[in-house]
Design a protein around this ligand. Structure first.
Ligand code: OAD
Length: 231
């Protein structure tokens, strides 16, 4: 059975109303990465960082999955082989749309992490500065998101899946952040057919066999219909 590995980025959630990082009105033009997405930024100004992720957590909790998330769930349910979703997104819209076993390589807003002992628990809607860890009581609660300079999650599992992929699709990601940007090469080396679905060609578009341009809410359902129709 052919395995499909799908990498998603902020573009798949854009039509659910969640801002991307590098487009018009982008998050990274309103905030400096060094301030809100690094361990050093958190040590310098935890209130700024908790405030940034609290706002994103509330926004994400109020967002609904769009037809692109729903189409990937349909693919997972109807494809005869494994369909693995690896997301760089910290929202839970794949799961809200019914997807299973989503690998959140950059963590999730729904989680809290103790910076002292690595214990994880469900984040409250708003996290405050100096909140204590339920396991070790250190006042070290932080969002369970991966910051620049930290190791993304699930990497061994992801590389195993990539080495077995028959089809690799990258959806709504600019291809500017590694290691995710290099997954296409891993998959291609393993013999996978590769396809990018994005609003515009990403930085790595030339590495894909096929590039499908347009809003994810339109291109992804069509691509899924095509795949399911070919069976
Ligand atoms: P980016 O903001 O870098 O890229 C979003 C991509 O989605 C762009 O290439 C857009 O053209 C595309 N896009 C926008 N709207 C779309 C739509 N409606 N349909 C299809 N595509 C659309 O976001 P990511 O690539 O996800 O990491 O960013 C990767 C990582 O950089 C993030 O996970 C985050 C960030 O810094 C961390 O914070 C560790």
């Amino acid at each position: 059975m052919e395995k499909i590995v799908i990498l998603t980025g902020a573009g798949i959630s854009a039509e659910s109303g969640l801002g991307t990082f590098r487009d018009e009105g982008r998050l990274w033009s309103q905030h400096r990465i060094e301030d809100v997405a690094t361990p050093e930024g958190f040590a310098r100004d935890p209130a700024l960082v908790q405030g940034f992720y609290n706002a994103r957590r509330i926004q994400a909790a109020n967002a609904q999955p769009n037809p692109a998330h729903q189409a990937l769930t349909r693919l997972q349910r109807n494809w005869p082989g494994d369909v693995v979703i690896v997301t760089q997104n910290v929202d839970s819209l794949h799961e809200a749309g019914g997807a299973k076993n989503v690998l959140h390589m950059h963590g999730t807003l729904a989680g809290a992490l103790c910076a002292a002992c690595d214990h994880r628990w469900v984040a409250p809607p708003e996290m405050s500065v100096g909140e204590s860890c339920p396991a070790c009581a250190a006042p070290s609660a932080r969002p369970d998101v991966v910051w620049f300079g930290e190791m993304p999650y699930h990497m061994e599992t992801i590389y195993d899946h990539l080495s077995e992929a028959a089809i690799f699709a990258s959806i709504g990601t600019s291809g500017q952040v590694y290691p995710a940007a290099a997954f296409v090469h891993e998959a291609a080396n393993a013999g996978a057919r590769t396809v990018e679905l994005n609003l515009e060609p990403s930085d790595g578009a030339s590495s894909f066999e096929t590039v499908i341009l347009g809003p994810a809410s339109e291109t992804v359902p069509r691509w899924v219909d095509d795949l399911l129709g070919q069976q």
